[in-house]
Design a protein around this ligand. Sequence first.
Ligand SMILES: Cc1ncc(COP(=O)(O)O)c(C=O)c1O
Length: 388
Amino acid sequence: MQRARLRFEFAADTLRDLDHGKNSFTLNPFARIEYLEWAKAQYARVKFDAASNGRPAMSLAGLGEVSRLLGELGSYQAALEREAEAAVAGWVGCAASDVAMTPGTSGALFAVAAALGGRGVRVAVERPTYEPLWRAFQAVGAAVRFFKRPSANAFQPDLASLKTALTRGARVVVLSNLHNPSGVALDRGVYKDVVALASRHGARVVVDEVFGDLVPRPVRAHVFSREAVSVASLTKAYGLGALRFGWVAAPPRIAARVREVVSYTMGTHAFPSLRLGIAALARIQVLHREAVGETTRARGSLVAWAKRAGLNLSPTSAYFGLVDVGRRFDDRAFIDALIRKRATISAPGSFFGAPGCLRVSAVSPSAPKALARLAAALGERVEAEAHS
Ligand SMILES: Cc1ncc(COP(=O)(O)O)c(C=O)c1O
């Protein structure tokens, strides 16, 4: 457990120095989210980016007259929060009372974990997985176990391993659609089976849909179950991550609880962000067509790249996917060297519970060069092995 020395100042006459002896404080044992700490440090360092899986930042001009939008801001406006909920509800196809606004999908994940998790609650999370999906639940004291989405199953959930987790008492099932890291869309039949299995065991399904809008007809969890919870944002598909405009869509009782959790973590929302997010949703049909067009183009170039390089790419519906380089491949060491020697980055599979793999993406402006450099480095490695 990580220990930290903190100096706490009370009123001047009771100034205490807690640096020493038995009064030392211990930080709350939140585990680091290894992948995010690594990504924050590394992504900005490189020139050639085959790692980022969000579309490049959208120009604010795409949202209308910004000075007018922001000029109207005052202090806390419950009405604006309700307006944002209604705008999201209109886009995802549910009632406004089902929506709670959150700081990005990350904030939504944490709020859902705080609302549904808690000490001892058993939670089943897909694997490979985006690390915060399980860390959020772990942080609130839940007991996490994993079920498989194996490459041999085209990254669809393995129902037998899900059933084992449910039989052992899992009350929450967490997955992503599209799947991060493989980019695979959940098969509708498998989706129905997952929801039915969870419901038979009295468990609730939580789906991270942050990549959901990359496909022409986004699939929302509540279509499969009115009890399901989904989390999403305008971050990935729309290049609006800077707004931190995210949400939870859930049965009203859970949405209300999420609003209460948000009061703990951020008090009130960042109202400039709500305004701009609402402006984006007012033109979401156009923005969505652009997102799908860009995904189709970048996905095409990713698939062609993998084919040329003779790499085994996951059957992705996104502009990113997972390539399997082989069990003996040290993905972390390879990417560290790629950053150092070639100023190029992709995401090591180990961070997602997929050792021996790389998550590659074709969406950044430098992606064509980055992918060419990555393929060259992989080729040299194969050659070096052949001569060793
Ligand atoms: C599956 C998944 N969920 C959530 C997020 C974070 O989204 P946001 O920036 O909206 O918090 C990411 C970012 O990589 C992601 O891959």
